[in-house]
Write a protein that binds this ligand. Structure first.
Ligand SMILES: Cc1cc2nc3c(=O)[nH]c(=O)nc-3n(C[C@H](O)[C@H](O)[C@H](O)COP(=O)(O)OP(=O)(O)OC[C@H]3O[C@@H](n4cnc5c(N)ncnc54)[C@H](O)[C@@H]3O)c2cc1C
Length: 314
């Protein structure tokens, strides 16, 4: 086996970063198999039935109905030992950060996390607050890699099929010492940022809490959800479940409409997978313009009310 992609489930479906990880694994060349674990394994295998893969490996066990680090570290370690993949690939999610270092330490396989691209035989990741890119290579026969959000596009996945294989892994309470409950979800009402098609995202450029309603008004006419940068959440102007970024949600809407967001790396990693980015900012040098498809240089407080009026009258 050349590459094994360890998949993650998100609300019963395949996590977006896992799909991107499969695309990244394909760029490494050679055969690509995937491993899906837990109670969603069958439905995830079904979701991938139309994708060109070598094999879909399934592990089901009462100890890993939902994610827990002890169980996942044990299962992934055992599968690596039995299947001997050269590369073990994952999306760079919180779950990956939680259990993969244990696998790396246990099997003595280097873990290169948060990769943004491939360059010949090395892996590129951002360092020094994304000011520089570093190329890292490994002399080890095996390597564990995690890919940053939007580093690869799942649109490149070829249609096809694959074999499905059920693996038996023995787990017991001496290995899995904790029992996980269902994944925690904040009380977010009907708000699901990760599947919203349009997001209106508010940054500190909105200036004060009293101006927040204009973002909700714009979202209403665009049939969008409202998200925010961290300072807006920290100030208590918007609920924390709306935060986008490295310590918030990871989103990929068709349109990301940012209002007064500077484009700091911790924000950008959570939204750069957006298909289209429109940014309004009064600073022409704001970093958000480096990734924006449409750049509007100006004051959100002047532009947005006029835009709402124009959209309402159109
Ligand atoms: C460990 C860690 C984790 C973090 N996690 C996150 C995270 O998950 N999400 C996140 O967002 N941040 C996160 N941050 C914070 C991040 O570094 C930035 O500080 C934050 O993203 C900046 O938010 P902002 O763009 O809203 O504010 P600012 O950086 O203050 O930018 C405001 C922007 O608005 C513009 N502006 C001002 N007034 C107007 C106006 N009237 N009209 C138009 N434009 C205007 C300014 O030109 C500026 O570009 C994290 C930081 C750390 C250290």
């Amino acid at each position: 086996m050349d590459t094994l992609v360890v998949l993650e489930s998100s609300r019963g479906s395949l996590h977006r970063l896992s799909k991107e990880a499969i695309a990244g694994a394909k760029s490494l060349g050679g055969t690509v198999s995937v491993l899906t674990i837990g109670k969603d394994a069958d439905s995830i295998a079904q979701e991938l039935s139309g994708v060109q893969l070598d094999e879909i490996l399934i592990v089901k066990n009462e100890y890993v109905e939902s994610y827990n680090a002890d169980g996942y570290a044990e299962i992934v370690s055992q599968v690596i030992q039995s299947e001997s993949p050269k590369n073990i690939v994952l999306g760079h999610t919180y779950q990956t950060r939680d259990f993969v270092p244990r696998v790396s330490a246990r099997l003595d396989i280097p873990f290169i996390p948060d990769i943004i691209s491939l360059s010949e035989s090395s892996f590129v990741k951002q360092v020094l607050n994304a000011k520089l890119n570093a190329s890292i290579s490994s002399t080890n026969d095996q390597v564990i890699l995690s890919f940053q959000s939007a580093a690869f596009s799942d649109e490149s996945l070829e249609a096809g099929g694959s074999e499905v294989r059920l693996l038996n892994i023995n787990l017991d309470s001496t290995i899995v010492r904790s029992k996980s409950e269902d994944p925690f979800q904040e009380e977010a009402g009907d708000v699901d940022l990760e599947s919203a098609e349009i997001l209106v995202s508010v940054g500190r450029g909105i200036e004060k809490e009293e101006n927040i309603p204009i973002a909700f008004e714009l979202a209403k006419v665009l049939n969008a959800e409202v998200s925010a940068s961290r300072p807006v959440v920290d100030a208590g102007w918007i609920d924390s479940f709306r935060q986008v970024g490295s310590s918030g949600s990871n989103v990929a809407p068709k349109l990301y409409f940012s209002l007064g967001v500077s484009g700091a790396i911790q924000h950008v990693v959570g939204m750069k997978g957006s298909k289209s980015i429109l940014a309004i900012n009064k600073d022409p040098d704001a970093p958000i313009f480096e990734i924006a498809d449409y750049a509007v240089i100006g004051d959100v407080l002047e532009i947005v009310p006029k835009l709402i009026e124009a959209l309402e009258n159109s």
